[in-house]
Design a protein around this ligand. Structure first.
Ligand code: NAP
Ligand code: GLV
Length: 309
């Protein structure tokens, strides 16, 4: 069995070594133009030329959860596309979102500023019932995040494409319930995949509906930059309608040095690292799936190309 590795922006050596150790007997090689046809590929943002040359792949394994970059390519119809299924990401995402939420809710930026001035000052405690959290996307990452937030006793709403019943969450589904979900949520966490339906879903109109249309909403975007209409955010923050935003993903990455988000006092920027790919767990997961496919068994995380995730 031949495995081609094609990882744009990642050094391949440790991946190749790990895959060789996990799949003894497999011929694992870093892809070069003109390489022989492989049976499976392990990829991140491969070029179209890779796909065009490797036209007989049975499986393409993405080393991330989001497959939006991969699905932009012309892929052979018979090839199974498999997304990364947690592999250590959901706990990181839960940490990140809970940190951003609690930092805002407990006003830690205020206390940091006061501490720097050696001032012993209190803010009136806030009621968590006044800070319902809405999680967009209740998949592998969204459900874990929603459960983690619920552990801190915030009211939690969740929104997905298909209806769900998850203990401790108020679940909304589909376009018909989107308005009610937004209105019932004050802190909005985005964990949707980027698809033709979800592109630009965070915009002036939708963000204005947070918190029943009242000021004080807060945005945490950890999915993809193109979910947010970036030009709509700063006016909502400057008018006071939104209290702040924590953003991990951007339309253009790396975020250009002159982008206004870097310096806006109500925006916290992190460099697309809320949930990183963990190499060991990822290799173990992909190797397990390749062996299962070779035995003719089904695997989890197969992308439904027509729905885009
Ligand atoms: P997932 O398991 O595929 O879950 C996607 C969720 O979104 C599902 O609940 C799905 O609904 C819902 N959904 C999709 N389209 C929808 C629509 N039109 N309306 C309402 N709900 C919709 O994905 P995941 O593993 O949780 O990952 C989510 C995203 O996080 C990835 O696609 C990626 O972009 C991003 N991500 C970011 C980082 C980072 O470091 N910033 C790291 C990893 C992933 P159903 O349940 O009904 O299908
Ligand atoms: C990272 O953004 C991923 O999709 O895994």
């Amino acid at each position: 069995m031949r495995i081609a590795v094609c990882l744009t922006d990642n050094r391949p050596d440790a991946w190749i070594e790990g895959l060789r150790a996990a799949l003894p007997g497999a011929d694992v090689q870093n892809w070069q133009p003109g390489a022989p046809q492989a049976d499976h590929a392990v990829v991140w943002a491969p070029p179209q030329s890779f796909i065009d040359e490797q036209s007989r792949l049975r499986g393409i394994f993405n080393i991330g959860a989001g497959v939006d970059a991969l699905l932009k390519l012309r892929l052979p119809p018979q090839t199974m596309v498999v997304r990364l299924d947690d592999a250590g990401m959901s706990v990181q995402m839960a940490e990140y979102v809970c940190h951003a939420l609690i930092r805002h809710f407990r006003e830690f930026d205020f206390y940091d500023a006061e501490a720097r001035a050696a001032r012993w000052a209190f803010r009136k405690p806030r009621e968590r019932e006044d800070f319902p959290v809405g999680v967009m996307g209740l998949g592998v990452l969204g459900e874990r995040v929603a459960r983690a937030v619920a552990q801190f006793e915030f009211p939690v709403n969740g929104w997905s494409r298909s209806p769900k019943a998850i203990e401790g969450l108020h679940c909304f589904a589909g376009e018909a319930e989107f308005g009610a979900f937004l209105g019932a949520s004050r802190v909005l966490v985005n964990l949707l995949p980027l698809t033709e339906t979800t592109r630009g879903i965070l915009n002036r109109e939708t963000l204005s509906r947070l918190n029943g249309g009242k000021p004080g909403g807060y945005l945490i975007n950890v999915a993809r930059g193109a979910h947010l209409v970036e030009a709509d955010l700063v006016p909502l923050l400057d008018s006071g309608h939104l209290a702040g935003a924590t953003l991990d993903v951007f339309e253009v990455e790396p975020l250009p040095a002159d982008h206004p988000f870097w310096r806006h006092p109500k925006i916290t920027v992190t460099p697309h690292g809320s949930a990183r790919t963990m190499r060991g767990a990822t290799i173990a997961q992909i190797a397990g799936k390749i062996m299962a496919i070779e035995r003719g068994e089904p695997v989890a995380g197969v992308v439904e190309r027509e729905r885009g995730y």
